[in-house]
Each structure stands twice: as structure tokens, then as C-alpha cells.
Design a protein around this ligand. Structure first.
Ligand SMILES: Cc1cc2nc3c(=O)[nH]c(=O)nc-3n(C[C@H](O)[C@H](O)[C@H](O)COP(=O)(O)OP(=O)(O)OC[C@H]3O[C@@H](n4cnc5c(N)ncnc54)[C@H](O)[C@@H]3O)c2cc1C
Length: 754
């Protein structure tokens, strides 16, 4: 029996008090939990109770010498802290008492404190100079259950798809020669087409299942094989086939859609030109109708007017070419026309020139190229004529009279591709997170003098803070993309302007998130992350371009913000637009109440963890930015500035609004979804992830919230502490959380993740 200066009634509480005071871990409200437990503890004397309660006085905390004495008393026992105990701290305390006294019953009040405060071994294990029996992860949650929740209604398709990826042609390898790599990727695309996946989004008549939502989900999973496969698949079936499906009519579907879906007709989507990328309306390629021959003549007029970066350009037999349609000398705006590029022997047809774009930062398994047209004639029927047609008498006809509206309607039909790119970005981020976290659960670096074993990377709070919010974000964005695709596919909502705005915003924030996440994961793996074999390097190169293709993120956010400003109704720049700005300004200013100082410094856990607070914070930011923007633009316009110039002046403000709106949207989608999770255990886990995501997002924009007085310094600090706290609370479950992404073992080729 060892000697100590504390009676057993006090001794049993010492580990708890040491945790409370040595790390500033607990807030005042949580200290109250301890006080109540002490008052209810019948096993201690009144005198001991008084001493213990006096140690809870925040105005007069225990002296440092007392803390040192507590620590010495604990360390002297040589008791081991076992993380896997059901109540590790209460059990640890009990074992300490057993070292000094013969009587050492388990104290339920200690258990009560531990449970109610939610403190976990990784919060305090580093504090005591004792040996810790670490567990790299807990299996309280089940990865398979989480995966099932995420797959939702797509489970059958995704399970089948994942198991079909278990084939030698999908085995990841290092490819340094682009020609060889392209052949591998082409085989993979054909392999998927053979199994019917290419046509997933097409109608059953053309071999499909009309399942655009499931089609998008596959993009995440293809990223687990390779980025080039994902993009080549998207070009063939989504862009080329999708343009025929969405912009063409039955004659085009009957003739081409089936073959596009089986990849027996390889095609490309030729929209961008060297001189015109984001500004599609300004492209220069012409498609001039020749009434005498009843043909459309495609032509590249100038030096920089060639099609550029076109995916599948070297393998394609046909292109869906976007060009200015000229009928009877009148430019009817941008339309898509199917143009054969090569014959059966794969020779280029007369008037067509194609050049390889060469090596790129990533996606070298995709054959991107430049295309020129020199007076190339195609039959009139090749015009994809759903929204604008050349009739038999040679006149142009469209149901949509306004050319602006026609243009946006045509482009709007292709918005599904944007969701797929975001989905692919998310898949890349999930893969990188899985690699980095599995590595961090095995890799050890550094220890202190008393430990034999070095610490796991994942047990460093810096590592937890770097990676855990990114895992939480992956969950939120997964749900947001599911929801936006469901809305986009909802045929009962014909007006797609709002959903298009939302897609623009979500695509931007999610592809940026994917890039920063992959970079963080690279660094988190140290040198191993830089090796090609561990896959993160390729992901970095491949996912990078997701920020500028399928719509450049900055340009898309400007678009999203304009949608918010015009309330998704009146057309931007139209006469009604100023009126909308005015109404919007009035509506919002009525709702932008001054923030009460009590609210801006409210720091209790219940408030900070409440989704109502997060939603209010996000809503406030969107409203405030919308209001101030509307006011600024109106002021400029009232002074006589043309609206184009006025919008240029507020571009950075527009981007901030686009981001704020998208962030709010993603979180609202997520909260709605979490409410539908039937079992409580997983619902609470998803809620916690949502809380971490939201607090982290507020934290990241704390500067703005502080500027606005929405949060005070105390609250800002409390949010930071809560973010760190949530990261450590999720630490025991981190492996299950990345396993819950459902990345198949046969795709997880990175040796460090094995
Ligand atoms: C690997 C790869 C594959 C591709 N595949 C295809 C394909 O298959 N088919 C196809 O048609 N195209 C394809 N593209 C082209 C792609 O869609 C374009 O690169 C994209 O639209 C951006 O155009 P841009 O490169 O001309 O950039 P730009 O439009 O010149 O933009 C350059 C920069 O200027 C900024 N900027 C532009 N306008 C504004 C503005 N109004 N306000 C503020 N900032 C602005 C942008 O934010 C961006 O940072 C591909 C590109 C690549 C690299």
C-alpha cells in the first residue's frame, strides 16, 4: 500500500480535477456538472465535499503547486490508463485509489461526470505521466452502416459498380507515357460500357436506366480507380452522349444514343476555343446554313478560334461542336451540331485538323486535343435541334424567342455534368483522406521521455484539427450533392434557374475543398504522400483542373451570386432587375435585426452545438452580403454607371456572396437529411459531423463575423475550442468514418493505407 496525503474520498476525484484545471478543457457550465455530482455523492464526507467544491472556484483556482502534487500522486501509482475501458477516467481513478487504500469501490458519480462531460482519453491521456494503453480506433460505429446511409437509394447500383471494378483492367498503375495510358483508359471506358454503365442516365430504349442520380454517384467511385477514367467516361457518356440526349431530338437519339452508350461510337464535346473559354457566347466557330445544298458548313475563322482542350479528340469518330449558327445571314446564337471527324479507318475527314494538346499537369490518360474546321459540310439533320431548328424550307425556328434565354436554356441542360465533376472532386478528397488517415493510424513519430512507444500521428491534436473537419465536410458535401442532383432531376420543377445557380455554387466550393483537402492529405503523409504509389500525387494533378473546367469556379460564383441577387426570377440586366434589387433590399433590411450582445457572446455548449445557431449564422451572412451588395449596385446605377460596370466594381463582394450562399445551402441540405436517419446512434454521429463542419466554417470566416459584431471575441475563442474538442471526440471513430466512405479494398492500392 502506498502513501499519499489525500483521503480516498478526495483522491478518487483528483484525476478529474487535474483534467479540469490543467488543460482549461471545461467551461463554467460543465464545471457545474461536477459540482452537482459532488453534492449527490453520498460516499464522501461533508468535509471532503467542501474541499472538492472549493477547488471548483474559477475565481480562485487551485494553486499550481497543488496541481503538481495531484500529478505526482497519480504518476507514483504506476497505474496504466486503458483507453478501451468503458469509463476510462472513472476506472483509472478507481485503480489509483486501489493503490493507496484497501477499499476502492467504483464511484457512479465519477462515471456520471465522465459521461455528461463527454471527455475522452485523447483529451487528457497526455496530461498524466502514466503509460497509456492506446487503441488506434474504436468500433462502436459500423463502417458498413455508414456506407449504407450514404449510398441511400443507389445502394444496388453502387454495390454492383464497385464489385465490377474488381477486375484486372481497373488495377491502378503508374503510367508515364501518355499514349500507353490513353489506351489503358480507353479499355476501361469500354469495359464499363460493356457492362451497361455508360448508358445509365439514358432512357431504357437506348440501353439505359434513366438514372442520372446513380450515374453521378458512380463518378465518386471511378475516382477510386483513376481520375483519367472518370473524366474520359464523363466526356464520352455525359458530354458527348448527354449533348445528343439533351439537345437533340428523337432522330438523333435513334441514330446515335445507343451507340454512344456502348462506346461503339466514340465522341467528343467541342465547346471551348483557344480564344474563348468561360465566355461561351463569344465563341467564333461558325456553322452557316447553305440552302442550296441543304447543309451546314462548319468553319474555324481565325488563329485562336480552334476548339481547344477537347477530351477524347484523338479517339473520337464524331464531335458535338458548338458554333454560331448563321441562317439566312442572321446569327441565331450558339448551337450544337454533330460533326463526323474520322472515317472507319480512323483517318481524319477532309477539312478537319486535330492536334494533341500534349502532356498536362494531370489526367494524362485523357486525349485532349485541338480541332480546326475548314469549310466542313454536314447535313442539316446534324443540328441538335431541341431548342432551335432549321426547317425544311430553310428558315430558322425556335420556341424560345429570346436568344439570351435560348442560350441559357441550352447550357442549363448540361448542368448535370457540373454535378458529376463536383462528385468526382469529392471522390478524390475522400480517397486522399482515407489514405492520410489510415497512414496516421499506423505511423508513429516522437514520444516523451517516459514512453517506450512513439505516438501515432493521429493522436496529435494538430493532425486531428487538420484532417477531421475535412472528413466532416466530405459528409456534408456528399449529402448536398445527392440532394442537388435529386432536385435537378425532378421533372415536376420545370424552372431550373434556381437549381442551376445552386449547382454553380456547390460545384465551386466542393472542387476547391477537394483541392485543399488533397494538399492537406499530401502534407499529412509527409514524404510518403509525395510518392506516386500512394496515389495522392496523381489526385493532386487530376483534381486540380476541376476548379476551372465545367465552368471556372470564380465565374460560376459570380453567376450564383447574380442568381441570389435577382432572386432567381428576373433576368439579370433586364428592366425588372433593378426593381428586384429594391424589393430585395427592403425585404432583407427588415429582417437584418441588430445582434444582441448577449447572443454574440453566448458560449454555452448547447447553443454552440445547436444547428439553429449555425443556420442563423449562415443565413445572417448570406442576407447581410446580399443586402450590402444590392445597396452598392443600386447606388452605382443611380449615379448613372452602366450596370455592367457596376457589377465589375462589386466582383469580390459577389464572390463572397456566392460562397456564403453555397455554404448555407450545403448545410441546410445536410441538416434536413440527418433528421431522416432512422437510428439514433448514427443520427447523433452525423449530427456531430454537421456541428463540426458548421463551427469550422464559421471559424474559418471568423474575421467577417467579428467585423460585423455577429460574434464577440469570447465566442470566437469558444468556437475555436469547440472545433478542437470535437476533433478529439471524433478521434476514436476516425477510421470508421473514412471506412464509411465505402472505398472498395480492391481500389485502395496505396501501400501506406494497407
Ligand atoms: C484537361 C481539360 C479538359 C477539358 N475538356 C474540355 C472538353 O472536353 N470540351 C470543352 O469544350 N472544353 C474543355 N476544356 C476547357 C475548359 O472548359 C475551359 O478551360 C474552361 O471553360 C475555362 O476556360 P479558359 O481556360 O479559357 O479560361 P478563361 O475563361 O480564360 O479564364 C481564365 C481566368 O480568368 C478568370 N475570369 C474569366 N472571366 C472572368 C470574369 N468575367 N470575371 C472574373 N474573372 C474571370 C477565371 O476565373 C480564370 O481564373 C477542358 C480544359 C482542360 C484543361
Amino acid at each position: 500500500m502506498q502513501k499519499n496525503t489525500y483521503p480516498s474520498g478526495i483522491l478518487q476525484y483528483i484525476p478529474f480535477f487535474y483534467v479540469i484545471w490543467s488543460d482549461d478543457l471545461l467551461t463554467v457550465s460543465e464545471i457545474n456538472v461536477v459540482q452537482k455530482a459532488l453534492e449527490a455523492d453520498e460516499s464522501i464526507t461533508t468535509e471532503n465535499q467542501k474541499t472538492l467544491i472549493s477547488w471548483l472556484d474559477t475565481a480562485n483556482p487551485p494553486a499550481n503547486s497543488e496541481l503538481k502534487n495531484w500529478k505526482r500522486t497519480i504518476a507514483k501509482t504506476g497505474v496504466k490508463l486503458v483507453e478501451s475501458d468503458t469509463y476510462p477516467l472513472a476506472t483509472f481513478s478507481q485503480k489509483i485509489v486501489c493503490k493507496y487504500y484497501t477499499e476502492c469501490p467504483f464511484n457512479d458519480q465519477l462515471k456520471h461526470i465522465e459521461v455528461n462531460l463527454g471527455i475522452q482519453p485523447n483529451h487528457y491521456s497526455h496530461l498524466f505521466d502514466v503509460e497509456v494503453d492506446y487503441q488506434s480506433s474504436l468500433n462502436y460505429y459500423k463502417a458498413s452502416e455508414i456506407d449504407t446511409i450514404l449510398k441511400g437509394k443507389h445502394a444496388d447500383l453502387i454495390d454492383r459498380f464497385r464489385s465490377d471494378l474488381d477486375h484486372s483492367i481497373f488495377k491502378w498503375d503508374i503510367h508515364r507515357n501518355k499514349e500507353d495510358f490513353r489506351e489503358v483508359v480507353l479499355d476501361q471506358v469500354k469495359g464499363l460500357a460493356d457492362k451497361g454503365y455508360g448508358a445509365t442516365a439514358y432512357p431504357a430504349t437506348y440501353g439505359g436506366a434513366e438514372n442520372m442520380e446513380g450515374y453521378a454517384y458512380m463518378f465518386e467511385n471511378m475516382m477510386y480507380v483513376d481520375g483519367s477514367l472518370t473524366i474520359k467516361f464523363g466526356v464520352q457518356f455525359g458530354l458527348f452522349g448527354g449533348s445528343i440526349q439533351k439537345l437533340g431530338t428523337k432522330k438523333h437519339h435513334d441514330k446515335y444514343l445507343g451507340e454512344a452508350g456502348t462506346a461503339s461510337l466514340l465522341g467528343c464535346f467541342a465547346m471551348t476555343e483557344t480564344g474563348h473559354g468561360s465566355n461561351v457566347r463569344g465563341i467564333k466557330t461558325t456553322a452557316t446554313y447553305n440552302r442550296a445544298t441543304d447543309t451546314i458548313v462548319l468553319h474555324t475563322p481565325g488563329k485562336n478560334d480552334n476548339k481547344a482542350y477537347i477530351g477524347n479528340a484523338l479517339h473520337s469518330k464524331m464531335a458535338s461542336v458548338f458554333a454560331q449558327l448563321i441562317v439566312d445571314g442572321k446569327n441565331e446564337g450558339v448551337h450544337a451540331i454533330l460533326v463526323p471527324l474520322r472515317n472507319e479507318k480512323h483517318d481524319l475527314l477532309p477539312g478537319i485538323k486535330v492536334e494533341d494538346n500534349g502532356y498536362k499537369l494531370g489526367l494524362n490518360g485523357v486525349d485532349n486535343g485541338k480541332i480546326w474546321f475548314d469549310q466542313v459540310s454536314v447535313p442539316r439533320e446534324n443540328l441538335l435541334n431541341k431548342y432551335g431548328d432549321i426547317k425544311e424550307d430553310g428558315t430558322y425556328h425556335s420556341e424560345i424567342k429570346n436568344p439570351n434565354k435560348r442560350f441559357f436554356t441550352m447550357l442549363g441542360t448540361l448542368v448535370g455534368g457540373r454535378i458529376c465533376v463536383a462528385r468526382a472532386g469529392l471522390g478524390g478528397a475522400k480517397f486522399a483522406l482515407a489514405v492520410a488517415i489510415k497512414h496516421a493510424l499506423k505511423r508513429r513519430q516522437f514520444n516523451d521521455s517516459i514512453k517506450i512507444q512513439e505516438d501515432l500521428l493521429m493522436d496529435y491534436s494538430t493532425h486531428q484539427l487538420r484532417l477531421t473537419p475535412l472528413v466532416a465536410n466530405a459528409y456534408v458535401y456528399h449529402v448536398a450533392l445527392d440532394k442537388i442532383m435529386e432536385t435537378y432531376c425532378d421533372q415536376s420543377q420545370p424552372d431550373k434557374r434556381e437549381v442551376e445557380t445552386q449547382v454553380a455554387g456547390l460545384k465551386s466550393i466542393i472542387t476547391w475543398y477537394a483541392n485543399s483537402t488533397i494538399q492537406e492529405c499530401r502534407e499529412a503523409c509527409g514524404g510518403k504522400g509525395y510518392l506516386l504509389e500512394n496515389r495522392i500525387a496523381d489526385l493532386k494533378g487530376d483534381v486540380d483542373i476541376f476548379t476551372t473546367f465545367e465552368g471556372d469556379n470564380t465565374v460560376l460564383l459570380l453567376l450564383a451570386a447574380k442568381g441570389v441577387l435577382s432572386d432567381f426570377k428576373s433576368e439579370f440586366n433586364s428592366a425588372g432587375f433593378l426593381a428586384v434589387l429594391k424589393i430585395l433590399g427592403i425585404q432583407i433590411s427588415n429582417k437584418l435585426t441588430t445582434i444582441n450582445p448577449v447572443y454574440s457572446n453566448k458560449v454555452d455548449k448547447d447553443h454552440l452545438y445547436n444547428p439553429k445557431f449555425h443556420k442563423h449564422a449562415f443565413d445572417y451572412r448570406t442576407r447581410r452580403l446580399t443586402y450590402t451588395l444590392a445597396m452598392r449596385i443600386r447606388e452605382y446605377i443611380k449615379k448613372g454607371m452602366p450596370s455592367y460596370q457596376a457589377f465589375l466594381k462589386v466582383q469580390t463582394h459577389l464572390v463572397a456572396l456566392g460562397k456564403a450562399y453555397s455554404c448555407e445551402l450545403a448545410y441546410n441540405f445536410y441538416c434536413d437529411f440527418v433528421d431522416t436517419i432512422p437510428d439514433e446512434k448514427n443520427r447523433l454521429l452525423f449530427q456531430k459531423l454537421g456541428t463540426l463542419h458548421a463551427l469550422h466554417a464559421i471559424r474559418e470566416d471568423a474575421e467577417w463575423y467579428l467585423e460585423q459584431g455577429y460574434i464577440g471575441g469570447t465566442k470566437s475563442k469558444a468556437i475555436r475550442q469547440r472545433v478542437e474538442r470535437l476533433c478529439t471526440e471524433l478521434r476514436p471513430h476516425i477510421k470508421v468514418l473514412v471506412d464509411g466512405f465505402g472505398i472498395p479494398e480492391h481500389c485502395m492500392s496505396a501501400p501506406i493505407a494497407g
